[in-house]
Design a protein around this ligand. Structure first.
Ligand code: WQD
Length: 329
């Protein structure tokens, strides 16, 4: 089986590439290197012994995308896309163009070359505001999404569902990630966003290295035990293995799975876990709430366990240890 990974030099894509290679699959990577580096390919080689064939291509370039697909793939795992929430609010058209047109080009190129299987990197953000904390796949999506990034994930899910209705040959899996954290246990690959990060762990990492003086904890007056928001943080290696499980259970039509742990951790608990793993205090201050944040969001991960035989096994402490290893590399 030959698999194309779009966005394969990025954070989740590179970890998925490693898991696939280690499971014996042949992979190639397509990435425009907008938010990642080509040196990640050398790190993948260091971990697995194999440097994947690489195509520096932007999905907005339909011609080049279809040339890559013409090499013949059994499946595509599609990570490529812009993903910074705040940036998407400032530059919505750029986000819609990149994420949606990029996906449409990929789908057209897949159709043209007879590739009918796709796994899409979606997000728990598609659930919007359900008014409940535990989210499962049967819930209606799309209401209360607060930013264009989230809208693109929702819209792409709709496009893929429609495509499956129209084309009986298509197999699509939508994977809704909760909050990916951690790094590869080798310390060789991890999250390296370009510019100012938005997400909690990349900011924690920059505070730990002194690039940012202190972490702002966005609100300590939420209705949670310690007043800070609770999220379902999933180790990126568990997440990557979720793709492998999805690949090995593909069926015709469009199916959807949450990839989360089912356990919640507060911001203050994350800080404590990082401090315990590093043996150092992490400077932080309490700041006002961030617009759009919900108090508590946790996956119901049962469907993936039942149907894919996949479940998260790594802990927050594992994620902190691996993040520190990556930082110290
Ligand atoms: C986690 C918690 C913050 C930064 C977003 C997207 C989602 C997905 C993951 C992205 C929250 C708190 C954060 C900081 C803080 N996709 N926090 N200080 O908001 O759950 O999800 O990222 O690529 O679609 O919406 O993740 O990491 O931004 O925040 O206190 O400096 O950490 O308030 O409670 P979020 P996050």
């Amino acid at each position: 089986m030959k698999v194309l990974i779009t966005g394969g030099t990025g954070y989740i894509g590179s970890h998925t590439a490693v898991e696939l290679i280690q499971a014996g699959y042949e992979i190639e990577i397509l990435d425009n290197l907008f938010n990642s580096k080509e040196t990640v390919l050398d790190k993948i080689k260091e971990i697995t012994g194999i440097r994947p064939v690489f195509h520096e291509v932007d999905l907005l370039d339909y011609q080049k995308t279809s040339e890559v697909l013409a090499r013949g793939f059994d499946m595509v795992i599609h990570f490529a896309g812009l993903k910074a929430v705040a940036e998407s609010v400032e530059k919505p058209l750029w986000y819609y163009e990149n994420n949606i047109e990029g996906t449409l080009n990929l789908l057209k190129a897949m159709k043209k070359t007879g590739c009918n299987s796709l796994i899409f990197s979606s997000s728990a953000t598609v659930y919007g505001d359900q008014g409940v904390t535990r989210l499962d796949e049967s819930m209606e999506t799309g209401k209360g999404i607060t930013n264009p990034y989230g809208q693109t994930k929702f819209m792409i899910e709709q496009i893929l569902q429609d495509a499956c209705v129209a084309d009986q040959d298509l197999s699509v899996v939508l994977l809704r990630y909760f909050n990916p954290v951690g790094a590869h246990p080798s310390g060789l690959i991890g999250e390296e966003p370009k510019g100012i990060p938005n997400n909690l762990m990349p900011i924690v990492m920059k505070v730990a290295t002194g690039e940012i003086p202190a972490l702002s904890v966005y609100g300590d007056d939420y209705p949670t035990p310690d007043g800070t928001c609770i999220r379902d943080y999933i180790h990126v290696v568990d997440l990557a293995r979720g793709h492998l499980a999805a690949m090995e259970h593909m069926q015709k039509g469009c199916t959807v799975y949450n990839l989360g742990t089912g356990k919640g951790t507060s911001v203050l608990e994350m800080i404590k876990a990082f401090e315990d793993a590093s043996g150092k205090t992490l400077p932080y201050q309490i700041a006002p709430r961030r617009a759009g944040d919900l108090p508590e969001l946790i996956a119901v991960p049962d469907k993936a366990e039942k149907e894919l035989g996949w479940k998260a096994t790594l802990t927050i402490d594992d994620a902190m240890r691996d993040t520190l290893k990556f930082l110290g590399r």
